[in-house]
Design a protein around this ligand. Structure first.
Ligand SMILES: [Zn+2]
Length: 113
């Protein structure tokens, strides 16, 4: 018989990854968006359609979607922060799924008693 406190390897890995990510890596909930803009200078190439590309972090703040412009030197960091957030949520989903399955099994066991 399996120990009641048995934690499957997949869940243990998810918990360990989650702990590491939350404790040691920056993360942000949002999406990275690249968008073209016109600078306003009358002779610039952007007036003929070749817009300047800017990177934005799309976030939800106080219930509203906001676009925060990301300076060039932080673009790589922001991509990494967004990915870390997704990895954290993925680990949480794995752990949550495990507990959903556990609840279903418990329910079935009780019903068959
Ligand atoms: Zn321009």
């Amino acid at each position: 018989m399996k120990n009641k406190n048995f934690i499957p390897q997949k869940e243990r890995d998810a918990r360990s990854k989650l702990t590491k990510l939350v404790n040691y890596y920056p993360f942000v909930k949002g999406g990275v968006v690249t968008s073209g803009r016109k600078c306003g200078k009358p002779q610039c190439k952007c007036t003929t359609g070749e817009k300047h590309l800017s990177t934005y972090l799309s976030i939800k703040h106080e219930g509203k979607r906001k676009m925060v412009c990301v300076p060039k030197q932080f673009e790589k960091d922001i991509h990494s922060w967004v990915k870390t957030y997704k990895d954290i949520m993925n680990s949480i989903d794995i752990i949550s799924d495990y507990h959903i399955n556990r609840l279903i099994k418990l329910k079935n066991t009780k019903q068959n008693d």
